[in-house]
Design a protein around this ligand. Sequence first.
Ligand SMILES: Cc1cc2nc3c(=O)[nH]c(=O)nc-3n(C[C@H](O)[C@H](O)[C@H](O)COP(=O)(O)OP(=O)(O)OC[C@H]3O[C@@H](n4cnc5c(N)ncnc54)[C@H](O)[C@@H]3O)c2cc1C
Length: 387
Amino acid sequence: MSEARQDLVIVGSGIMGLFTAYYASRAGSTVTILERSRIGDPQTASFCLTRSIRSDYLDPLYARLAYAARQLWLDLQAESGEQLVVNCGCLNLARERVTPDLGRTYAVQSFQILKSLGLKAEAFDRDGLQRRFPQFDADLGRMDVEAGYLLVPAITRTLRSALGKQKVTIVEGVMVEAIAERDGRVRIATSQGEWDAGSTVLTAGLGTNDLLARVDGCQLEFPLRPDRPSQTKYLIPPPEQRSLFTAPALPVFAYLDIGVYGHPMVPGVTPGVKIGYYNPPDVRKAETFIRDIRGFIDECMPSLRDAEAVDVKDVDQCSYDLVADDHFILGALPGFSRILVGVGWRGTGYKFGPLVGRTLMQLALDGRTDYELDGFSPARFVSAHAS
Ligand SMILES: Cc1cc2nc3c(=O)[nH]c(=O)nc-3n(C[C@H](O)[C@H](O)[C@H](O)COP(=O)(O)OP(=O)(O)OC[C@H]3O[C@@H](n4cnc5c(N)ncnc54)[C@H](O)[C@@H]3O)c2cc1C
């Protein structure tokens, strides 16, 4: 194959790569995506049925960015005419017997952040929670109102179709062999020929360090490591109770102090309520007697005690890409002005997809971005690596 000349070549076709291509091609650029496997490969982090969308972060920066990303999701939804976002809210729970210092729980703290940012949030005491969400048994609930879940297969379909219309070339099953930035352009040698790009964006998830090793003159390796929830199960309630466990009767829910999160069942899409058990590193791990999903149900969600529990095997067989300092990595590769990278989403990245894609598009095509993301710069790892 002869050399192809493009404004932008993106390596990796997860949600971050697809959104970068979407925005760049809308801006009139010629774009190619190179994917070593295929879009929607079950081994990749972006393969799933539902992903949560919420802004209830403890760090106000992430809360603001998540809310900004939400507006972009709503724009895509309006444009596609298909439902992509289900607005059922995200309910954070706390129970004194489980986390005695209720004032320090994720629910209470994230609620304060949402309020301080002027975002919609609702507070429930025990009685209020019982009335509104009788599925739970907890002392308090704090709801991020403009939140819920994303319908991943519809999103992948929508983006693929938009990229087709916007004439983006997608090359699947391709191996990138070498990347070199020279004379203001980037040459990418692959198993299927060479590309000559104005810029390149690497959105390769846990494959990123392997790609950095192929960039001529790049000594950097990011401190990334894979991690997974220790348990993920579908809880399948009896048919006569199912309406209690679908949105909007059931919101997305979480008790992050003890590592639990859940998504309502989606009729015709998921067989039951999906509950995961994982302690993300950015959350204080409470000393607790709850050690698994069954423990959470017994204590906080008795409505599911009699539900059939099966391991989730159809999705979520992939890993999070954790970063040593627990922050996203987003920006130009140090020493290179035309090679950009986006990785390290720590199990929480999907909802940020459009914001990340827009940022990478702006950095690649204009060398600047609307968002203040200096703290995410890949340059922060240079000295650590050199020492
Ligand atoms: C179990 C689980 C649950 C999650 N839940 C949520 C949630 O509820 N809400 C939320 O917002 N986020 C969630 N996330 C996080 C979110 O799914 C990820 O942050 C996001 O999908 C990452 O997208 P990505 O495009 O960076 O990576 P990926 O989807 O992994 O895509 C990277 C792509 O690059 C390709 N690639 C790799 N190396 C190369 C190479 N050398 N050449 C070419 N291509 C290459 C891969 O094949 C892949 O297609 C969850 C993640 C997991 C694992």
